[in-house]
Design a protein around this ligand. Structure first.
Ligand code: FES
Length: 164
C-alpha cells in the first residue's frame, strides 16, 4: 500500500532507532498526515517494516486516541471527557452542543466528511476546562459562543477556500 518513497523514508527512520518499535507511533502519525487514517493495509506495511505482527501494532494503536483505525473527517473534534471537564456537567453540555452544531453523534462523521466527533482523555487544559482539540489545536473555556466562533470559521474556510 505504501509507495516506495515512504517505505524508504520509514525504513531509514526505523534503522536510526535503538529499537524499531519506538518509531511505531511516529510512523503511524506520518501516515495519518498523508492518508487521514490507518487502514489495515497500512498497518500491515508498517508492522512489517517494524518487525511486528499487525496484531501487535493494532494493540499499540488502540492505546492512542489519535490513531484512527477507520476513516475520519477532515476535522476531528476530540472533546475531553476526563474529570475536570466533567465538573458541573460541562462535558455533556459541550458535547451536546457540538454534536448539534455539526449534526454528528459521538463517534460519528458528518455526511460531507468535514467533521468527526470523538472523546479524548485529558488534553492538559484542565485549568481551562471544558476543553476540546480539533486536529492538533486545543481550545479551552468552551462556551456555546466560543464553539460557534471556532466551528463557523472552519466551515467558512471550507466553503470559501482561498484561491491561489
Ligand atoms: S480534564 Fe479536560 S483537559 Fe484535563
Amino acid at each position: 500500500m505504501l509507495p516506495e518513497e515512504l517505505r524508504t523514508k520509514f525504513a531509514a527512520m526505523i534503522a536510526g532507532a535503538e529499537s524499531p518499535r519506538e518509531k511505531a507511533i511516529d510512523v503511524m502519525f506520518e501516515i495519518q498526515d498523508i492518508y487521514g487514517w490507518m487502514s489495515d493495509e497500512a498497518m500491515q506495511d508498517v508492522a512489517s517494516l517494524l518487525g511486528m505482527s499487525p496484531l501487535e501494532l493494532d494493540e499499540l494503536a488502540t492505546f492512542y486516541d489519535f490513531i484512527y483505525r477507520s476513516p475520519v473527517g477532515k476535522y476531528v473534534i476530540h472533546v475531553c471527557d476526563s474529570a475536570m471537564c466533567w465538573l458541573d456537567g460541562q462535558h455533556q453540555r459541550v458535547l451536546d452542543y457540538i454534536s448539534s452544531r455539526v449534526n454528528v453523534p459521538l463517534g460519528g462523521t458528518s455526511p460531507d466528511g468535514l467533521f468527526t466527533l470523538l472523546p479524548v482523555c485529558c488534553i492538559g487544559y484542565c485549568d481551562r476546562a471544558p476543553a476540546m482539540m480539533i486536529n492538533k489545536r486545543v481550545y479551552g473555556r468552551l462556551t456555546p459562543e466560543k464553539i460557534d466562533r471556532i466551528l463557523d470559521k472552519i466551515i467558512h474556510e471550507n466553503e470559501y477556500p482561498e484561491r491561489e
